[in-house]
Design a protein around this ligand. Sequence first.
Ligand code: HEM
Length: 495
Amino acid sequence: MLFMVLLLFLVVLSWWYTFKFLHPRGFPPGPRLPLPLLGDSLTLDSNFVDGLDKLRIKYGDVVGFYLGPMRAILISDLAMIQEACSKEEMMDRPQFLPDFRRYLLKNGELAGIGFSNGINWTEQRRFTLHKLRDFGFGKANLERVVEDQAEMLCQRLKELTANGEPVSTTYVFQISTINALWTVLTGETIPLDDPKIVKLNTLMDQFEETAASPIGFMAQAIPMAAKLANKLGLVDISKIFNTMEDVCISAIESHKADFELGDIPRDFIDAYLQHQANPESGASFHGEDGTSNLVGVIVDLFAAGSATISMTLTWAVLLLANRPELQKILNKEIHQVTAGNRLISYSERTKVPLVEAFILEVQRKANVAPFSLFRQANRDCQFQGYFIPKGTVILPNIGRALNNPEMFENPEEFKPERYIKDGKFSHAPNAIPFGVGKRRCLGETLAKAELFIYITRFLYHFDIKPDGDQPIRETLMPTAFAKPYPFKVKLTSKV
Ligand code: HEM
């Protein structure tokens, strides 16, 4: 009898497993023995980036697999990434830890831009892009905000290194780039180490660490288990989100208190409040969804726009420290424009092609978003002759596209000259650090201005050397977010 029950149990279990986990006919090739809930995690490496690359080598440019319990495809060929990211059917984002957020849409989905979908995403993205342009993106006043921040940062570094001590630049870059965003969004200029900014930075760090940790993966894969771990105090995911949301709410409340809706908006938050009061604006700006979207947009901009920039800048300093000759060449090029007695402005960037080429090559090396931001199929569709069921998570392998030897000769070499044609900077169409398609990075204009201004300020103020006789290690740490190993540099002030 017991044997029969056990047999029946096994039959039901295998039927359930087959039904639940087998990929449909026509799904792209890949590993085919996923474990319940863990998916193909065991086939992958402990290093996410290398693990996925092994799948690419084994199965080709389109691989079908399970990322935890989520059916997923990895796309590694540049043209295919471009095709997928431009398809309406692959425009959505999967939901990221909604159980830990307080400000959700009425339908239970994430608010804001980065992880919202459909009409909500269209309205919020369009408004945000438009208003951020008004308040600075691509304009002189943005340039001034960033220039002030970069100058404050260089002065702080001078204080920190006055006695010849080596310094790690990562933390100051993080604080400074969060501060620049804070000013653009809230109109407030505050000292570099204002407690609010330090708190936001700590939260960003914790968020990044948690999202990239096994707990973060588990939380995404098995929300029930993560909720329990959170309740028992084993992880603090809700605290991270709640505190981030609280910082945004307090900025919103103080704007509500001192902004008259008929006045000219002073900053992004004022403009948003004004738009909410207009009955003609879209449904996503009103009622509960309107409140959640305002909080969501601000959280998204901080989450997407601080670590990406500070990590790229950290790479720039590392690569410069190891290349004194390159520092000289870049300084000489800038000197030809400024005669050495002023700082170069962002509007003069086309006069310094090597600096532009250096920045793009740093972005290729830094590879801060190796799998872009995941997408999700919003309906059953065909891609490259394969069947992709609704709900499949899509990983555009930007990291591979940026390191493909067919696109970039000797990709492991750091060679800014690869983008110089006839003495001019020529942006390689295959360099896509900001993604492609309608959902490409919303902060690209700000990011480019920030990278240019910070890097040229740094070159103007400092000679940069490694701390010690050896060059700093240029390999990536084996973490989900590509980072260099921690390092220090010696900075000698030139002015
Ligand atoms: C070096 C800097 C940066 C890099 C490499 C980068 C890269 C990316 C990538 C690859 C995506 C996904 C695009 C796609 O799905 O096709 C993205 C999305 C996004 N980025 Fe950036 N980013 C950077 C800086 C910024 C900054 C400064 C901001 C804002 C202040 C920002 C805001 C966003 C937002 C809101 C999205 C979501 C867009 C959407 O879903 O419509 N990013 N970024």
